[in-house]
Design a binder for this molecule. Structure first.
Ligand code: SAM
Length: 507
């Protein structure tokens, strides 16, 4: 607790913990989770509450409660809540151990960056609290450092702790640890599996998510070098959750729960001895050398459907979107294969006109999202004109889109409730007050309307604080040009269009 007061954790948001993300998984798996627009969310170990604050601004009909035992972080969060004028966030200074098991009735409970970092009694308490405070169709998110991936990372942790032993100043501890890892990486002159692991680990220091240099120290101290940092095998946490009356629903990213990406021979060999879903996922963790897990849990009694609905009904209650666009120069003639590519370089090629039409349409309306039936009607009109295709086509299209969703969320994304995004640049564009605050605070990455982190260019960093619905295009161009001397008007307008595309603009 003292360390969090001395060196607070950075203000981070976590896309997987958004109620919409959890609701999508729940809906696909037969639950009827509360919609994100009218739900209650509890976060254990919320730090300063940034994750909840970002959600709360765009979900004013929902209520958000955060618990943390660092007074400094809770105070910082409360100041931000007041500054943004949010009425639906309650940040409480408390030790999770002291809370009653039934702390209220919540549709979602989040414990991110918590389970591995607290002692055993707090872990047990958190699971009991989830069991007694989660509504019948509620979903909990519990992340932890996982074996086997953490075996190698633990070696890095041990070396850093050894190097920093005897040093009392936390900032100095982090600095000597980092210097040591650099030395370790640079000393590996011969190629070896250890050398490549160390070099990769060292380079991860540079690209630490949304964390600028000033906050690097905090994540190193509170994550790898934390006093308590216990990794677990996936099956161990599932067993503990079951003992508390909960069941494992799925990995939050869903792909992690499936053998997608493995060749079919590997899958059939695993299937010959994996006795159930949990066993299979544990083997997948071994094969992937997984080092971090984000579990979704629900009540043991909840009616989970492990086999997804086939065909168009898989998308009942869901909206679809896509980041993919056709590769430049792709023709539109029938029979041609078209390659659709996402900004993170995931590609999908198809020669099926209906699937092409669906992706083209999703690309056109992006970042808006559509129900499957609306998408199908439009894709069918584009692909077939007035002629009526067989009904089975809709099911075939749904299966392809669902496979794409499992393969990559940027190819097909799913939501239970459309987001409040604006897909074009209006005369006085607006982003969230939270994003403006983050950009003013110097963040290199800010949170978009989909609760994802977006990395900003120098021009965008100057624009975001002014996207308050008051500044017109001339004022924005002037600000962009003042920040980056060679930014032309076109360049600033391009940046604004880009901000719209990455769901930074809200209606
Ligand atoms: C690694 S940080 C994660 C913060 C945030 N959840 C995130 O992922 O960005 C862990 C947080 O848990 C809090 N914490 C640890 N033990 C706690 C306890 N027993 N009761 C309440 N908060 C606790 C710490 O103060 C800290 O803010």
């Amino acid at each position: 607790m003292e360390l969090y007061n001395e060196v607070p954790y950075p203000l981070l948001t976590h896309s997987y913990t958004h109620p919409d993300r959890m609701a999508v998984v729940g809906t696909l798996m037969g639950l009827e989770p509360a919609g994100p627009d009218a739900c209650s969310v509890l976060e254990l170990g919320c730090g300063s509450g940034a994750n909840l604050i970002a959600m709360a601004e765009l979900l004013p009909g929902s209520r958000f409660t955060g618990i943390d035992y660092s007074a400094r972080q809770i105070d910082e969060g409360r100041r931000l809540v007041a500054e943004l004028g949010l009425q639906n966030v309650d940040l409480q200074f408390a030790d999770v151990l002291d809370l009653p098991d039934h702390f209220g009735d919540f549709d979602y409970v989040i414990a991110h960056g918590f389970y591995s970092w607290v002692p055993d009694p707090v872990r047990e308490k958190a699971l009991r609290l989830i069991k007694h405070s989660l509504r019948p169709h509620g979903i909990a998110f519990v992340s932890f450092n996982a074996y086997p991936g953490w075996h190698q990372l633990k070696a890095m942790r041990d070396m850093m702790l050894y190097r920093a032993r005897g040093i009392s100043d936390p900032v100095e501890q982090a600095n000597v640890a980092r210097e040591f890892i650099t030395l370790l990486a640079e000393s590996q002159t011969e190629p070896s599996p250890f050398a490549s692991f160390v070099q990769q680990y060292q380079s991860s220091f540079q690209g630490r998510g949304p964390v600028p240099e000033s906050q690097f120290v905090a994540t190193l101290l509170h994550d790898e070098m934390a006093h308590t940092n216990d990794p677990f095998y996936f099956y161990e946490v599932v067993e503990r959750a079951e003992a508390a009356g909960l069941q494992y629903l799925a990995e939050a990213d869903l792909e992690g729960s499936t053998p997608i990406g493995l060749n079919s021979d590997v899958v059939s060999r695993l299937s010959s001895f994996a006795v159930d879903t949990i066993d299979m996922e544990q083997y997948l963790d071994f094969i992937r050398n997984r080092g971090f897990r984000r579990l979704l849990l629900c009540h043991q009694e909840a009616p989970v459907r492990r086999n997804l609905q086939a065909g168009r009904h898989a998308f009942d209650g869901l909206y679809l979107g896509s980041f993919a666009t056709p590769e430049p120069g792709e023709g539109t003639a029938n029979g041609h294969t078209v390659r659709f590519v996402t900004p993170d370089d995931v590609a999908y090629s198809t020669d099926q006109p209906l699937v092409q039409a669906a992706f083209r349409h999703l690309g056109r309306v992006h970042p808006r999202v559509l129900p499957f039936e609306e998408l199908y009607a439009e894709a069918s009109r584009i692909a077939h004109g007035a002629s009526k295709p067989p009904e089975s086509e809709a099911d075939a299209l749904a299966s392809v889109l669902l496979r794409n969703f499992f393969y990559s969320r940027s190819l097909i994304e799913l939501y239970v409730a459309p987001r409040h995004v604006e897909n074009s640049v209006t005369p006085r564009p607006r982003t969230t007050a939270f994003a403006r605050w983050m950009a003013r605070d110097g963040a290199e990455k800010v949170t978009n309307a989909r609760h994802e982190q977006v990395e900003l260019s120098a021009v965008a960093r100057a624009l975001v604080p002014l996207l308050d619905g008051e500044h017109d295009l001339n004022a924005l161009v002037a600000a962009g040009q003042a920040a980056v001397a060679d930014a032309t008007r076109n360049k600033v307008e391009d940046e604004l269009r880009w901000l719209a595309r990455v769901a930074m603009l809200v209606a």
